[in-house]
Each structure stands twice: as structure tokens, then as C-alpha cells.
Design a protein around this ligand. Structure first.
Ligand SMILES: *Cc1c(COP(=O)(O)O)cnc(C)c1O
Length: 404
């Protein structure tokens, strides 16, 4: 069970006001807020042991290296990853996907087929389009239905021995849909295709077990799971990571450099050129500790309650339509009110202290599918309350009255 009153005390930002009203933060799908437990780790790092890692013999450098590698071990454990060097610490999901997309340049040929789901974030579309431009591979789309669920029958038909790679998010940031990634992964493997699952939106809501899923690549951004911005994970199976060339050249990623030839470092350092986000990595580990102390199962159960409560209440508003009504979804509600622009609704909500996102949520193809310019998106976290949902609903009512 979740003691939300106690949890809220961990998030100092939740006590502030916006435009003279108490903040109601419902933009968690864009970034989550940071608990004191993580903020303290960041302050402690810069106060007590800020140093560069992996190369210094001095004590501060050793301490920082130990803490950073300990954080990698926490990430490994959290996602049940077989080997510590299959955890590449990156700047986030976008960086993680680009490492893989760039690395596949020499592994594809003209006419190879790549499948991408219709509900991807731009960061899981554009790098693959760029890869297709470089290689002559073809990007095909796994369509979705009106509810915002992938059309799995079509997916199975699209798969063939030409399919080399499948990309799909675990959970859609724009609709909240939880995709059947087990089925997607297994079917892709049957035709010999690799699978990258974008887990940016899933990490704060569901536990993903890399060994059980048998996925080839999985990506996470720490800032969506109570960690800082600018750090995240690329999980890759060792056999793939060994095959892919480095993404960036520089320090840290080499064993020997001469002007004639350079040899690359072993995993994971091959993909970690330059000084990483050391403090961010350590704080990422602390964020996972924080989440695990509460328990992702408890978090999911509570967020589901909020989702049901908010869905029922919002649907009581005249002219309000929810986009993304999958049977299996998380606490994201994308909606519009007939005849009103999402931006206008969002602006009024902000005046009332309610933070939501408006627009295409970096998923323009979804908006094109529904033939809308965008939506208002309220996304709930385990530190939100039913009272805040009530404020949201009352504020949307107010916006509707003002705009009609
Ligand atoms: C946020 C998000 C991304 C992008 O993550 P960055 O941290 O901005 O790199 C990609 N995919 C999904 C599903 C997301 O929610």
C-alpha cells in the first residue's frame, strides 16, 4: 500500500505554488519529480567526492568510481541483467537509441526491412529513418487501432525473413498503452529479427526483467523514474554489443591509441566515451533504491486507482474525449474537448496551478492517426492524489466554460 501523504513529504517541489495556486503536477510522463533522497545524493557528491572516474589513483577518484560502478550494479539488478557490462550508462533514451541505430549501419543492406510501431516517440522513429537513409533498408509500420492498441495480427503478417529489426515502446507516452512486448519479441526472434524496446515510459510503472523478456535492447531515461536528467540506460545483449562499433570516439573508450591504430576498450566502456554524467549515474542508482523501497507493484496498483478515478470523472465533462483507451494502460490520459484547442485548455489549467502537457507529445504520427493537432495530457504518478484529480477535473470544467 502507498502512504501518499508520507511520500509527498519526500518531494519538496510539491509544496510550491504556481500562479498563486498550489502546484498540481500532472506532467509525469514528460519528467518525474525528484525526492529528497535523490537530491541529497547529488548534493553529497558535489560536496564531498566530486572527481573524475576510472583513471585517478587518488582517494576522491576512487570513491567516485566505486559509487558510479555501484550505481551500474543497481541498474543491473533492477532490470535483472545478466552481466554488469551489458549496462551502458548513456545520457538517456534518445542517446541509447542513437547508439544502436548508428551501430547497425554496417549490419544492414538495401531491401532489409525494419518494423516500427505506429505509436512511437520521435526518438524511436527518426534514428531508424536516418539508418534507412544510410543503408537503403525499408521502414514499415505496425498499425494501431482506434483504442490505441497495436494490430498484432498485422504485425505477425508483416514479419518475414526480410525483417531485421523491430522497434516498439513498452508503454506509449502519448496514450498510456502497455504493449504486448513479450509477444512482439518472441515473434520477431522466430524470423531472426532483433528487437529494441523503448522502456522510457515503462520504467516508472512496471518492472522489466531483461533475462525473462529475452529482449535484445532496452532503453531507459532516469529523469522519468525520479532520477536526474541527462542520464539513462542502454541494455544490450553481450553478443550484440560486441558486434556493434563504438558510437563516439574519445577518452575512456580505448585501450591503446597511436596515430596508426587505436584499439577499443571492452564493454561497457566501448560505448562510454568521455567523462560521463558521474553524479547523474550515482543519483540514478539512488532513484532506483527509492522506487524499490516503495515497490513498483504498489506504485502500479495505486496509479491504476488514480487512472480509473480520473477517467470516470473526466468522462463526465461534456464534449470530452479520451484518446488511448486500451484495455491494458497506465496512468496517462490524453484528451480533448470538442471545439477547443488543447493549448488553450493547457494555458488555463496553468493559471489554476495545474501542470499538464499539450501538443503532440513527440508522437506526431499518433496525432495524424486521430486527425487532431494534439491533446491535453494528464499523467499521474504515485505522489499524486485523488484530491489533485478533483482539482484537475474542476479546472478543466472551468476551462470549458471559459472557452465555450
Ligand atoms: C521520454 C521518452 C523518450 C525520450 O526520452 P529522453 O529522456 O528525452 O531521451 C522516448 N520514448 C518514450 C516512450 C518517452 O516517454
Amino acid at each position: 500500500m502507498i502512504d501518499v501523504a508520507k511520500i509527498r513529504k519526500n518531494f519538496p517541489i510539491l509544496t510550491r505554488e504556481v500562479n498563486g495556486k498550489p502546484l498540481v503536477y500532472l506532467d509525469n510522463a514528460a519528467t518525474s519529480q525528484t525526492p529528497t533522497q535523490v537530491i541529497d545524493v547529488i548534493v553529497d557528491y558535489y560536496t564531498n567526492y566530486n572527481a573524475n572516474i576510472h583513471r585517478g589513483v587518488h582517494s576522491l577518484s576512487q570513491e567516485a568510481t566505486d559509487a558510479y560502478e555501484q550505481a551500474r550494479a543497481k541498474v543491473q539488478q533492477h532490470f535483472n541483467i545478466a552481466k554488469p557490462y551489458e549496462v551502458i550508462l548513456t545520457s538517456g533514451t534518445t542517446h541509447s537509441i542513437n547508439i544502436v541505430a548508428s551501430g547497425f549501419t554496417r549490419l544492414l543492406k538495401k531491401g532489409d526491412e525494419l518494423l516500427v510501431s505506429a505509436m512511437e516517440h520521435h526518438s524511436n522513429i527518426v534514428p531508424w529513418q536516418m539508418l534507412c537513409e544510410r543503408t537503403g533498408a525499408i521502414l514499415k509500420v505496425i498499425p494501431m487501432n482506434e483504442q490505441g492498441e497495436l494490430e498484432m495480427k498485422v504485425y505477425h503478417k508483416l514479419l518475414s525473413n526480410k525483417t531485421k529489426f523491430v522497434f516498439c515502446n513498452h508503454i506509449s507516452n502519448a496514450l498510456g498503452t502497455i504493449n504486448p512486448i513479450e509477444e512482439i519479441i518472441n515473434a520477431a526472434h522466430e524470423v531472426g529479427a532483433a528487437v529494441l524496446v523503448d522502456g522510457a515510459q515503462a520504467a516508472p510503472h512496471v518492472k522489466a526483467d531483461m533475462q525473462k523478456l529475452d529482449v535484445d535492447f532496452y532503453t531507459v531515461s532516469a529523469h522519468k523514474i525520479c532520477g536526474p536528467t541527462g542520464v539513462g540506460m542502454l541494455y544490450g545483449k553481450e553478443e550484440w554489443l560486441a558486434k556493434l562499433p563504438p558510437y563516439q570516439g574519445g577518452g575512456e573508450m580505448i585501450t591503446e591509441v597511436t596515430f596508426e591504430k587505436t584499439t577499443y576498450a571492452d564493454l561497457p566502456h566501448k560505448f562510454e566515451a568521455g567523462t560521463p554524467n558521474i553524479c547523474g549515474g550515482i543519483a540514478f542508482g539512488a532513484a532506483l533504491d527509492y522506487i524499490n523501497a516503495i515497490g513498483l507493484k504498489n506504485i502500479a496498483a495505486y496509479e491504476n486507482e488514480l487512472l480509473e478515478y480520473a477517467t470516470t470523472k473526466l468522462l463526465g465533462i461534456e464534449g470530452l474525449k479520451i484518446y488511448g483507451t486500451a484495455a491494458n494502460k497506465t496512468s496517462v490520459i490524453s484528451f480533448n474537448i470538442e471545439g477547443m484547442h488543447p493549448y488553450d485548455i493547457g494555458s488555463i489549467l496553468d493559471k489554476l496551478g495545474v501542470a499538464v502537457r499539450t501538443g503532440h507529445h513527440c508522437a506526431q504520427p499518433i496525432m495524424d492517426f486521430y486527425k487532431i493537432p494534439g491533446t491535453v495530457r494528464a499523467s499521474f504518478s504515485f505522489y499524486n492524489t485523488k484530491e489533485e484529480v478533483d482539482v484537475l477535473v474542476a479546472s478543466v470544467e472551468k476551462a470549458r466554460a471559459m472557452l465555450s
